[in-house]
Design a protein around this ligand. Structure first.
Ligand SMILES: Cc1cc2nc3c(=O)[nH]c(=O)nc-3n(C[C@H](O)[C@H](O)[C@H](O)COP(=O)(O)OP(=O)(O)OC[C@H]3O[C@@H](n4cnc5c(N)ncnc54)[C@H](O)[C@@H]3O)c2cc1C
Length: 366
């Protein structure tokens, strides 16, 4: 009999929460990561991530965000409340923003707290934004900034303290250590399973910049924000790291093992041009930090949660597509239910539902 019932390969946010959930349900679990939990190369290794409920018509993700928020609050309030900072999220919307209209309808159906803000109300509440007269907003008061790297490392550390076995080592696609293996390998999945996933999950280079700011750019006076029309989003100054801004357009394909993590000067230039328009007070602020990360995109942004088509004891979990961090706790529950009770997985997460990334038109997450 194998030593473990479940081996979870990959200690990013998906694998960490899955391993924790299985362990809490009394299963013999080993969690394995080649570089350690939420390492710098991993997609979960960044400083902060947004937890928002707004997802247009994709209501399943709205409900998952709400449930994740409760699970994060429950766990973090016991171990380290600073890992979740309730900042709210402000969506900047244009008059014909269909996605925003769908988001509001989903909020009504799901009972998610929100407010619609007029141009004047945005100006009064958050004068830091310079916006066009036709701009309006959706305000999500419960949305939050999550401390990403520290959060995953805390989940892993606490679960090890409770008895989870963790091993830092690479683990191949054909190795066996448990009855069931779940590969939660984020942007490495296409390298591990090239025949299946080479063009199904596409790791793209994404750059994040931090500009020197002050208390005026921290919550509660300044929120997380999503400028959907421009494809740009940001996070207020959390733990004095500076004003965070990211351009959401998918960058070139990368290899997560070997990609140099140095910011491109062109990105700084583009960000500064945007700052000059939207946040003029910051246009000359110094760049104080930068991160080069990657999205692991499916063609339409829906996750991959499925059994390997030829190997019954192998599962594939990934395709976070630039928005998966917030859903870690729910994905842990969802897949644990499937593994332990055979509960069905929605067809939108199946391998069969995935078109090649190169056939899709989706080039941004928001
Ligand atoms: C710039 C940026 C901004 C983002 N913003 C948001 C946001 O605001 N909100 C949000 O919800 N999400 C956001 N995301 C997306 C989110 O961070 C990812 O979807 C999520 O972190 C993916 O987690 P993961 O566990 O699938 O992968 P990862 O975190 O990459 O973890 C995979 C792990 O597998 C390990 N591994 C791989 N191969 C092997 C092997 N053979 N053996 C052992 N270990 C292996 C790796 O070392 C790694 O630690 C953002 C992502 C980026 C890059």
């Amino acid at each position: 009999m194998p030593e473990f019932e479940f081996a979870v390969i990959g200690a990013g946010v998906f694998g960490a929460w899955l391993a924790r959930t299985l362990h809490q349900r009394g299963r013999r679990v080993v969690l394995i990561d080649q570089y350690g939990a939420a390492n710098t190369r991993a997609s979960s290794g960044g400083e902060t991530r947004i937890l928002r409920m707004g997802y247009g018509a994709k209501e399943i993700y709205t409900r998952w965000s709400w449930r994740s928020l409760a699970l994060y609050r429950q766990f973090y309030s016991a171990v380290d409340p600073t890992l979740l900072q309730t900042t709210g999220v402000l969506w900047l919307c244009m008059p014909d923003d269909l996605n925003a209209q769908e988001t509001i309808r989903a909020f009504v159906r799901c009972g998610i707290p929100y407010a619609v803000l007029t141009h004047a109300e945005i100006n009064e509440r958050f004068p830091q934004f310079q916006i066009a007269p036709e701009t309006w907003g959706i305000w999500e008061p419960d949305a939050a900034a999550l401390l990403a790297r520290r959060g995953v490392q805390t989940v892993v550390r606490e679960t090890i303290r409770e008895g989870l076995v963790f091993r830092q080592q690479p683990f191949g696609p054909d190795e066996k250590i448990a009855e069931t293996h779940i590969y939660a390998c984020g942007p490495w999945l296409p390298k591990l399973f090239p025949d299946l996933l080479a063009d199904i999950i596409r790791p793209t280079r994404q750059e994040v910049l931090y500009f020197g700011s002050n208390a005026q750019w921290a919550a509660p006076g300044f929120p997380c924000w999503i400028d959907s029309g421009e494809g740009v989003y940001g996070i207020p100054d959390v733990e004095n790291r500076g004003f965070k801004i990211a351009i959401d357009t998918h960058g070139p394909m990368i290899d997560p093992d070997t990609e140099p993590r140095l910011i491109a000067p062109q990105t700084v230039h583009v960000a500064r041009r945007y700052l000059a328009r939207r946040f003029p007070a910051l246009q000359d602020a110094p760049l104080v930090q930068a991160e080069v990360c990657q999205y692991e995109n499916t063609f339409n942004g829906d996750y991959l949660i499925d059994r390997h088509p030829e190997r019954d004891s192998v599962w594939l979990l990934g395709g976070g597509s630039g928005h998966g961090y917030k859903h870690g706790p729910v994905i842990g529950e969802y897949l644990a239910d499937a593994l332990l009770s055979g509960s069905p997985i929605a067809s939108m997460f199946s391998l069969a539902s995935k078109l090649p990334y190169s056939a899709g038109t989706r080039t941004s997450t928001i």
